[in-house]
Design a protein around this ligand. Sequence first.
Ligand code: NAD
Length: 284
Amino acid sequence: MDKIIPKQVQCDGHASIIDGKALAGKIRAELKAAGHKANLAVVIVGDDEASHVYVRAKIRAADEVGLGTKLFELDKKTAEVELVKLIEKLNKDKSVDGILVQLPLPKQINERKVLALIDSRKDVDGFTAKNAGQLFLGEEGLFPCTPCGVIEMLESVGETFKGRHAVVVGRSNIVGKPMAMMLLNKGCTVTITHSKTVDLTMHTKMADILVVAVGKRNLITASMVKPGATVIDVGINRYEGKLCGDVDFDAVRDIAAYITPVPGGVGPMTIAMVLKNLTKTIKV
Ligand code: NAD
């Protein structure tokens, strides 16, 4: 794939903004041009509004690049056994290349149990133990979409990774941990920080690459960032009716070399990576 150079908006001599919306658009255009043929089964249980918004966005994006989708909308009272049966059916269905189960699932359903059932070759979210293990071992596989998107954003601005100090804030199975592993596999020296970390600033101040995935508005302030760092804000928060990330964007962009906005940063890249993973699924 040709190197994609995203639109970088110079902010009055401060950090360049890595425009995730533009970069995701270019990736989708490349996927469309490649003419991939694959079908994604999207399973959603219940009526969580945000989940329905995400699912619609993923289906729209797949349509746009010519990838097929089948939507399975299940009632919020669906029993675990019913969802298990559906996953088993989709695993066997040769017309289905990828399976995506939108999280969160209702309380009566054991999320880990259901995700573990997905055939790892159809696991477009990269949540199964097999794919997580492959990431851990530095092998090929289908890996979580948000950290994959972050890596592509970093590559788009010529990040070299090797020997750079990356600090990841957050250790979830879907963002923080796989993010740290990807950066490690690329040759970064990686520090993982989390809610029990003592003196977060001491760590974040050392970061050449700072990836923040917590879900707390303004957690990262300017005094916590090393001058010239690349700051990737994964967080999504709602404040006064607007979306914002975990980073105090206005202040940190005076310090950093590159920064991602919220909205229009990591979010659109996550969706583009779902589609990219779908094109990487193996026919079974
Ligand atoms: P999570 O709740 O599973 O994990 C949050 C992590 O933050 C935990 O590991 C916790 O230890 C850590 N944490 C909490 N308080 C902290 C503190 N004071 N200092 C340091 N670490 C702290 O969340 P997640 O699923 O990893 O998501 C994180 C954020 O990223 C959320 O805002 C979520 O909405 C967002 N998100 C965005 C995308 C996207 O596409 N942009 C995708 C996934 C998640």
